[in-house]
Design a binder for this molecule. Structure first.
Ligand SMILES: Cc1cc2nc3c(=O)[nH]c(=O)nc-3n(C[C@H](O)[C@H](O)[C@H](O)COP(=O)(O)O)c2cc1C
Length: 325
């Protein structure tokens, strides 16, 4: 029983799964592996680095992929959008900021516009900007995000689209890492899912193996939303967004003491950079979400996708848990 949804129909996909454009983590190899496995892979354009972007599109080869940017950062170097669009991506995903200034350029190049949002108000703005796909991101998600939970945000944005007469697709993001999550997202009204954390543990991800081992070993209690990591990396994030990471020595030392950290920033930033280069999971950032509790191995992206789909199909057939009188 293949999972056919409006997402698979409109994008010509085998499975209703899109991979998150994880900055520094989702390179061309991961995006291409996800697309080859029947989903849609997105390169993590992140804060924007032209040389990195070119190298990752080259690594994706001829496989159809898309690309995502952090919108407030793209606004500081908007020429990167044209650079990505020259590579003919299937879609451009924009998150964390106003997508309106970029929408026309995306559409003129023949790409779909995917907007990731954390609130209903932002979903309205994304629809007004002409987004073809809205990603409703709940707080369980790894990486940057806000406070709403996935299980209420997804159906609320689905209802908003229906009320507006919009045929935009809705994807669920945040906490989805197996077939149960995919099946539940479809039941909530989503046309598919966008997943990040479960692919942080993919062999193709640009992640130091020690960080992957740390996330595989931890359970879902072990993450926290914080600003500490952005302070030590000198990333100027708007205050409404925090980053979900594995709680470690770095976070325990500074979370709640951000003012003290800012007063000693030069030293802390140097230590962080050294730890990140060495793949030290205690003193750098393991950027993952609550879904780590559902992940117990590092494996190829194709296996992550195929087991999620098989699990969802089994759930939707009802398994042997449902008692219907
Ligand atoms: C390591 C990592 C980096 C991320 N970087 C970005 C990013 O650069 N841009 C973006 O839109 N979302 C980013 N995200 C968030 C994802 O787009 C997505 O919302 C999230 O991964 C979904 O929840 P999950 O992690 O529980 O699957 C990142 C997530 C992770 C785990």
């Amino acid at each position: 029983m293949p999972l056919r949804t409006r997402l698979t129909e409109r994008f010509g996909l085998e499975h209703p799964i899109v991979s998150a454009p994880m900055a520094f983590v989702a390179g061309g190899a991961l995006a291409a592996a996800v697309s080859r496995a029947g989903g849609l892979g997105l390169i993590g354009g992140g804060y924007g680095d032209g040389d990195w972007l070119d190298a990752q599109f080259a690594a994706a080869g001829n496989q159809a992929v898309g690309c995502g940017f952090i919108t407030w950062s793209l606004a500081r170097q908007p020429q990167l959008l044209a650079q990505a669009l020259e590579r003919r991506p299937r879609a451009i995903m924009l998150s964390f900021g106003d997508p309106a200034p970029f929408a026309e350029e995306v559409h003129a190049a023949g790409a779909m516009l995917i907007c990731q949002v954390q609130t209903v108000t932002q979903a309205r703005q994304a629809l007004e900007a002409g987004a073809e796909v809205i990603v409703a991101q709940g707080s369980e998600a790894g990486g940057h995000g806000a406070v709403r939970g996935t299980t209420t945000l997804v159906p609320e944005i689905h209802d908003l689209c229906a009320r507006c007469g919009s045929d935009a697709l809705v994807l669920a993001a945040g906490g989805i890492a197996d077939g149960r999550g995919l099946a539940a997202a479809l039941m909530l009204g989503a046309d598919g899912v966008l997943v990040g954390t479960c692919l942080y543990a993919a062999e193709e991800a640009l992640v130091h193996p020690t960080l992957q081992r740390a996330m595989v070993a931890a359970d879902g209690d072990a993450t926290i939303r914080t600003s500490v990591v952005d302070i030590v990396r000198n990333r100027d994030w708007p205050p409404e967004f925090t980053i979900r990471v594995l709680r470690n020595a770095l976070v325990d030392r500074w979370h709640g003491r951000e003012d003290v950290l800012k007063a000693q920033l030069a030293d802390a930033a140097r230590c962080y950079a050294e730890a990140a280069a060495a793949g030290d999971p205690d003193e750098s950032a393991v950027i993952v979400g609550e879904a780590i509790g559902l992940i117990d191995q590092v494996r190829p992206a194709a296996e992550v996708i195929s087991s999620m789909v098989a699990g969802a199909e089994a759930q939707l057939r009802g398994g042997d848990r449902l008692i219907v009188a």
